[in-house]
Write a protein that binds this ligand. Structure first.
Ligand SMILES: Cc1cc2nc3c(=O)[nH]c(=O)nc-3n(C[C@H](O)[C@H](O)[C@H](O)COP(=O)(O)OP(=O)(O)OC[C@H]3O[C@@H](n4cnc5c(N)ncnc54)[C@H](O)[C@@H]3O)c2cc1C
Length: 398
């Protein structure tokens, strides 16, 4: 990846992550002369750390319902034109072994670096040029071209694609560059915030539940109309696990924040089950420990004052326990922020972009793809599928 002497391209893509490499390869394969520029020293670092090192590269069930955006229908067109099956075909062509883990989530059998190598090979086959690591100092429009000022000198392009991602994990190269470019050209940006992120609990709640670090419960978590049946995990700072990460994308911070509603016994008729044990001399925590981790059952019963044998509890308390187990309200105090988040909610407002091509409606030749756009997937391979689909849509149009 030595500095490249040419200075005029059909397409310059800034950001060589998932979306940027997909776009560059697609455009290059159409015969466009493409330059990929990235300031970070290692290629595809976000892909390398994804999916616990195995990259959950797509989800068989990806549909617009799996994405959050101020403009929900926006993602439909790109997702329908580059599907999970299209990416699977690419993975198969590169002989990368994969498996379905759960809920349609596809992972590499081996390592996420295989996906990076796939994208690098696709770019090389399409004769994409690289400037990396190379800082981008600014971009400007000059007539019908864009001028890109880089640390290795200026380059010009007919099309400029911004694929610089969101703000998560700044230690591996995330910057707000894409949002600044959008603003420079008069596009609106939906305020970014961390999503798919562990949540913290206030000290008084941690005093009750903080000792449960490592305890996991199969639960159903609801927040603002969204509902996720997966594991919740107690940590020393609060709550994590897939159901909490999913709900975090819907949870709104601030004094008027809604609580999360946790059904601790999903699929169980709790009232009927407690009724069956109405005459039990056991403590409620002992009974609950039949269906929940013992340490959690004890902490939850202590917190709610259910400390007498079940048979001695008044009917009112049994009713309260049933309601509380089915709808345990949890008030997070905040999120663990961009260092621990998987994605960034918000981004370039899609109302200023073409859903077919990702081009800025008011700025011909300027494109935004991937996570920098206000389209955020659920946990489970949906964010990469958006990166592939939006990158492909722009790659076909530049
Ligand atoms: C720990 C973790 C695990 C994840 N696991 C999964 C998973 O298993 N499945 C899934 O679907 N999603 C996963 N995600 C989310 C997924 O990685 C992202 O949604 C996806 O990488 C976004 O692709 P992108 O190309 O838009 O941005 P990125 O992949 O973030 O790429 C952006 C690129 O732009 C470059 N860049 C940034 N600023 C500048 C600048 N100023 N100048 C030049 N270059 C710049 C960066 O160096 C980077 O290479 C995970 C995220 C994290 C943090």
């Amino acid at each position: 990846m030595s500095p490249f002497p040419e200075t005029a391209f059909d397409v310059v893509v800034i950001g060589a992550g998932a979306a940027g490499m997909m776009c560059a390869a697609t455009a290059g394969q159409r015969g466009r002369r493409v330059l990929l520029v990235d300031h970070y020293r290692k290629l595809g670092e976000k892909i390398r750390i994804s999916g616990g090192g195995r990259c959950n590269f797509t989800n068989l069930h990806a549909s617009p319902a799996n994405y959050l955006s101020r403009n929900p229908p926006f993602c439909r067109s790109a997702l329908s034109r580059y599907t999970p099956q299209d990416f699977i075909a690419l993975v198969d062509r590169h002989r990368i072994a994969w498996h379905e883990k759960t809920l349609g989530q596809l992972f590499c059998d081996g390592s996420a670096t295989q996906v990076i190598e796939l994208l690098r090979a696709e770019c090389d086959a399409a004769r994409v040029k690289w400037r990396m690591p190379c800082e981008v100092r600014g971009v400007a429009r000059e007539g019908s071209r864009f001028l890109i000022e880089t640390a290795a000198g200026p380059v010009a392009a007919t099309s400029l694609v911004i694929a610089t991602g969101g703000l998560t994990v700044p230690a591996i190269g995330a910057t707000p560059f894409g949002y600044r470019v959008a603003e420079q050209f008069g596009l609106a940006v939906v305020p970014p915030k961390p999503a798919l992120v562990p949540l913290s609990l206030a000290p008084e709640t941690l005093a009750r539940y903080g000792d449960l670090s490592g305890v996991s419960i199969d639960a159903e978590v609801s927040c603002r109309g969204a509902r996720f049946r997966e594991a919740i995990l107690f940590t020393h700072r609060g709550l994590s696990g897939p159901a909490i990460l999913q709900a975090s994308s819907y949870w709104q911070d601030g004094p008027a924040a809604d609580p999360l509603h946790v059904n601790l016994l999903p699929g169980v008729d709790i009232r009927a089950w407690l009724g069956e044990h109405r005459r039990s001399k056991a403590l409620p925590a002992t009974l609950l420990a039949q269906r929940l981790p013992k340490r959690f059952a004890v902490a939850w019963c202590d917190a709610h004052g259910f400390v007498k044998p079940v048979a001695e509890l008044p009917d009112r308390s049994i009713g309260e326990a049933a309601r509380g187990l089915g709808d345990w309200p949890v008030h997070p105090s905040g999120t663990l922020g961009y260092n621990k988040a998987e994605v960034t909610l918000g981004g370039v407002d899609t109302r200023g972009l073409s859903s077919k091509t990702m081009e800025a409606i008011a700025v011909p030749g300027l494109f935004f793809i991937g996570e920098v756009v206000d389209v955020t997937g659920h946990l489970g391979g949906f964010n990469f599928q958006w990166a592939w689909a939006s990158g492909h849509a722009a790659g076909e149009a530049v």
